[in-house]
Write a protein that binds this ligand. Sequence first.
Ligand SMILES: [Zn+2]
Length: 320
Amino acid sequence: MASDRIVYAVDLGGTNLRAGLVDSAGRVLARRKTPPRVDRRPKPFVETLSLLLEELLSEPGLPGGPDAVALAVPGPMDLERGLVCSPVNVPALGEAPLAGMVGEALGLPVTLVNEATAFTLGEAWRGAVEGESFVLGITLGTGVGGGAILDRTPLMGKKGNALEIGHLIVEPGGRPCNCGRRGCLEAYASASAVRRRAMELAKRGELPDLLESVGGEEVQINSRLITEFARKGNRACTGFLEEAGLYLGRAIALVVTLLDVDRVVVGGGLSSAGELILEPARRAFAEHRFTTPTEVTITTGELGGEAGLIGAAALALGVF
Ligand SMILES: [Zn+2]
């Protein structure tokens, strides 16, 4: 691997769009984050990527420009044809040939990857599970995503849709999910699911302190605030996070039973709740797993919001 390459990495999440220049040591040399809810239709999205790249390249002190693009996107997708397929949490993208469109606009080769796979690769390259060979990564954000590394090799599946853990059904007939089915992990353990639960209770007048802290506007409640209140001992908020953790642990037990990984790394906005989610997750995991000699550790990621950029770049650089 040449040591002087730079990759233009982009991570499109359900909430934020992050872009950065990543070098072959896994350092983010320059970064941008667009505000939520910008136009996500394919053409404006590609134009935004061109503008962000121009901005990034105008920063002083860069050793050079990128020779490749790494594009982390939410699923589902068709890796063989470079398509996103109306991502559940960014439906405005529709079914677009993003890899081809971005490649043409920027004149660079494009590597497309699922955003949660990118998170997993980032944490395994430079983060919490650095150097580990058998890893399950889970992101708890707008949705719930998953990625895995088996024997140092990313597990992608036929078209890039392996490990869509957010749509494992953990409660048959349970809460409705954005994918149109019921009882998916995403409907219980995503940041949006936890927020929705809190908003429902606040609306019924059951969370007066939380509601007061957002000036009575329940739509202003978010997972960060819920975590804050849980840390201060608010029982309802602790309960939301515990429930998310219990379902998460149940899903981890299913996946670990299939894949025999020994490292589980959890990221995304809701992971900042740390032990408030991980402790119940470990409890549910211990209860539901099929016991084998593999010792499994469940931790949070270390790279924060940049794990996806770093992991997508790793793939484009041939690290994995
Ligand atoms: Zn679903």
